[in-house]
Design a protein around this ligand. Structure first.
Ligand SMILES: [Zn+2]
Length: 100
């Protein structure tokens, strides 16, 4: 059973020393997909992937259109609390007090 919430994908690559990956809301060009839309990414053989879309990205300079993608083809984005999230590389904030 696949859940649409809060299953964070792995970070793109290990953070360099001094940096950390932080989950942030993606910019306005990324939104949750419209209900019932299918992933537009092309799979092997050039046929559309066709999986249920989870996120959408705004494309085009003149005619702005939304491209819908499943999480597998969503360039690392995911949905959390109804928002599109992404990993952002940040400077490490320094030593943290131990959590208790
Ligand atoms: Zn897909």
């Amino acid at each position: 059973m696949e859940s649409m919430t809060a299953e964070r994908p792995p970070v793109p690559y290990p953070a360099p020393p001094g940096d950390v990956w932080v989950a942030e809301e993606a910019g306005p060009d990324w939104q949750p997909a419209e209900a019932g839309r299918k992933c537009r990414a092309l799979g092997p053989g050039g046929t559309a992937h066709g999986a249920p879309a989870a996120v959408r990205q705004l494309h085009g300079l003149h005619r702005r259109v939304w491209w819908q993608f499943c999480l597998q083809h969503g360039e690392g984005h995911w949905i959390e609390d109804g928002k599109v999230m992404q990993w952002v590389l940040k400077d490490e904030p320094g030593p943290q007090p131990p959590e208790s």
